[in-house]
Design a protein around this ligand. Structure first.
Ligand code: NAD
Length: 718
């Protein structure tokens, strides 16, 4: 088997272990690593008398990437014994390393996530190179896993139960080296690679016989060992974190992490390590981790890697014109300027345009306060944002992103006004959330350069960018929009044109279904709770208030005007009554499904039941959840059939990152594939919902065959 760790003993007796898997771009905790580490420990133990200390470092740009995800995604129940044995070997060797009786220092030269940080935690001292982009953390929870190479066991003993759970284990936070230092995960941060090794040697010289804190006789766990062995008794200590992490849904990974941490805190270290293995195997052989690894690793890699980008050379965008300084325009200006791109924001008055700058000032001030940016960084970003009410000020911009009101006539008018002053080959983009791109492009004389760049609110925080290709959009425009999206740190899915594209259309089904249930008479609180427990990050009624019922009403009317097939739904009646008769148009007005005092969400409006056709209607809780999930999934399948969606990967990524489809599913199409009984089981359940609740749930006739004919996973998983 390949040797992935080099062993070099210097004249001073210091052994440098260099992690360097020759077969991969990054080191991972695969079988070759396990075999190499065992061989290294055999040799270290044999040569111990000549060894003064050990430095663990890496020859790659990242220190160590983590687990062997392709192997994990394939793991079945039959693999459980072999996996347990492999994990046992990995942990035993890290234990041999920390009890060697010689100082062991981790010289963390780049990112150390998951397994990488776990190796470092088994060292007596951790020094991180403060490289830009370098991140440390245990992000396993975000993949439906838990850190199973000693990560739970050691962080709990280093930081205490509450500290470990809230700072690293349940958040999965990827920390900058300085944040890791503040959190107590590393001991030193240095500026240069030379310093990294010098400090490691110095520490070894000063600490000839170190022991891990937990191997000292006087060791006490920070915060104390909880008195009770019961898991439930520990829960009150972490309600806020758990609530945030679980969002009402019972997700297996956070629960397993909590159980591992609490159980492990009651027993000795060796036993705690086996507890960790048992819980990790449970997660590895379950479906949720596979869904999440599929989406959050492989799908994300395929999308960000440019699977949908045409391979044409295009010049990078240098100066962007943003039209409209509202919520979206201001956000777009900020993310562009933050990525080093000059921005000119135009609105109808200088005062309105100036709001884009104020928005950036607010976000930057917060960053500076939190130590995430220096005053100089903030100033540089602000200096890149110019605001104006003059068209001429946009002269020379080589891209325009329009974000004025959602009105096709207005959008056409602003394009006509500004295009003459832009660079002659400027990229022309609209941030419309629903209007077909082909129609908007018809109003400009260069439709090949016209494209949809649909951002999500709040722009600085939402990772998705939905790029919409109109009938006449050219490859160069797509490539430029894609490159711009990547530069500003977004994950760009590429979809074909259609009213509402993919995301706005599908989220509309979710809101319609939920509001429809309220209109039927299901208690509004039950609808919200059903969604949260299904794993949606926000309840649909809170979301509707956020979007504003007036906007929902306006978009629906545009749909109706454009389509003969549009069905009137009970949801539409309820929205119309709330807006027109009861003046409850949503959050911005302080009144919608909920009431808002001083901007915070209060109670659901008590008048809702009186507007329902059958107040107090009892619908099984599973039906409440599945009506929402299926409404979205069935429409996503239609988007695939109609060619709005080009790949399942885009559907999965777009649904999780853009519209909050529950993350444990691994995305909306994976949900269909993994439903109990597979696509056939999904189709049968959809038919049942259609019988009970209406034709909109009727599954596509040849759903099973069609899904069977498509590749389920992006290249690289198999
Ligand atoms: P907004 O109402 O906050 O801002 C619109 C801005 O456009 C206002 O500042 C207005 O003064 C300005 N404007 C109007 N006419 C103009 C003109 N002729 N020239 C320059 N500026 C002009 O709206 P918003 O929420 O930022 O939405 C803007 C666009 O983004 C819409 O098309 C919307 O559908 C889309 N969008 C919105 C969201 C969202 O969550 N709000 C998400 C994605 C896309």
């Amino acid at each position: 088997m390949t040797t992935t760790i080099r062993y070099d003993r210097g004249a001073d007796g210091i052994v440098t272990l260099t992690l360097d898997d020759p077969d991969q771009s990054a080191n991972t905790m695969n079988r070759a690593y396990a075999a190499s580490m065992s061989a290294v420990l055999d040799r270290l133990e044999a040569e111990r008398d000549d060894v003064t200390g050990v430095i663990v470092t890496s020859a790659k740009s990242t220190f160590f990437a983590g687990g062997d995800l392709p192997e994990m995604i394939r793991a079945t129940r039959e693999d459980a014994p072999a996996l347990a044995e492999l994990l046992g070997t990995i942990k035993r060797d890290l234990r041999r390393l920390e009890t060697l009786g010689r100082p062991v220092v981790a010289a963390v030269n780049g990112s150390a996530l998951g397994g990488g940080l776990e190796i470092a935690l088994a060292c007596h001292h951790r020094i991180a190179l403060g490289a830009p982009g370098s991140r440390l953390g245990l992000p396993e929870v975000t993949l439906g896993l838990l850190p199973g190479a000693g990560g739970v066991t050691r962080t709990v003993r280093m930081l205490g139960l509450a500290g470990a759970l809230t700072t690293v284990l349940l958040t999965g936070r990827r920390m900058r080296p300085t944040d890791a230092l503040a959190a107590g995960i590393v001991d030193e941060v240095v500026a240069t690679p030379t310093e990294l090794l010098d400090r490691a040697r110095a520490w070894i010289a000063a600490n000839p016989r170190p022991r891990q804190p937990w191997d000292r006789p006087d060791y006490r766990m920070p915060g104390g060992i909880p008195a009770s062995r019961s898991l439930a008794a520990q829960l009150p200590a972490f309600p806020a974190t758990l609530r945030k992490q679980l969002k009402g849904a019972r997700l297996p990974a956070p629960e397993a992490i909590l159980a591992t941490a609490v159980e492990g805190a009651q027993v000795d270290l060796e036993t705690a390590l086996t507890v960790e293995t048992r819980h990790l195997i449970g997660l590895l052989t379950g479906q949720v981790a596979k869904n999440m690894i599929g989406a959050f690793f492989f799908d994300l890699k395929a999308v960000n890697g440019g699977a949908a980008r045409p391979s044409v050379d295009v010049p990078p965008v240098r100066r962007v014109a943003v039209l409209g300084a509202g919520m979206m325009g201001a956000g777009i200006a900020y993310v562009c300027a933050s990525a080093g791109i000059d921005v000119v924001v135009r609105d109808v008055t200088a005062e309105a345009a100036g709001r884009a700058r104020e928005h950036a000032e607010r976000l930057l001030a917060r960053k500076v306060r939190k130590g995430r940016a220096t005053e100089a960084d903030a100033r540089a970003v602000l200096d890149r944002i110019t605001t104006t009410d003059q068209v001429d000020a946009l002269a020379g911009c080589d891209a325009v992103i329009e974000a004025v009101f959602e009105d096709p006539a207005l959008k056409k008018a602003v394009f006509a006004e500004v295009l003459p002053v832009l660079a002659p080959d400027a990229l022309i983009a609209s941030n419309t959330s629903t209007l077909p791109i082909t129609g908007l492009a018809a109003g400009v004389d260069r439709p090949a350069d016209f494209i949809g760049m649909h951002f999500f609110s709040p722009v600085d925080r939402m990772p998705l960018l939905e790029i919409v290709v109109g009938e006449q959009t050219g490859d160069a425009a797509l490539a430029r929009a894609f490159d711009l999206g990547r530069r500003i740190g977004k994950t760009p899915i590429v979809v074909n044109d259609g009213r509402g594209f993919f995301t706005s259309r599908v989220i509309g089904r979710f809101i319609d279904e939920a509001v429809g249930m309220v209109a039927e008479g299901v208690p509004a609180a039950s609808v919200e709770q059903a969604a949260l427990q299904a794993g949606y990050p926000t309840g649909p009624l809170a979301l509707a208030d956020e979007v504003s019922l007036t906007l929902i009403q306006r978009i629906r009317r545009q749909f109706e005007a454009a389509s003969e097939e549009f069905l009137p739904l009970p949801a539409h009646r309820l929205v119309d009554e709330l807006v027109d008769a009861y003046e409850r148009p949503g959050r911005a007005a302080g009144r919608g499904f909920y009431s808002y005092d001083d901007g915070t969400r209060g109670r659901l409006w008590s008048g809702l039941a009186d507007l329902a056709t059958d107040a107090g209607r009892a619908v099984p809780f599973t039906d409440l959840q599945e009506r929402m999930l299926f409404a979205e999934a069935l429409d996503a399948l239609r988007c695939l059939d109609e060619g709005v969606l080009r790949t399942e990967t885009d559907a999965n990524i777009g649904s999780i990152f853009g519209i909050g489809f529950p993350a444990w599913t691994g995305g909306v199409i994976r949900y269909v594939r993994q439903y109990a009984g597979g696509p056939a089981g999904f189709a049968a359940r959809a038919a049942e919902l259609a019988d009970r609740y209406g034709d909109r749930f009727t599954p596509p006739a040849d759903l099973v065959d069609r899904l069977a004919a498509r590749p389920a996973e992006p290249a690289g998983v198999a």
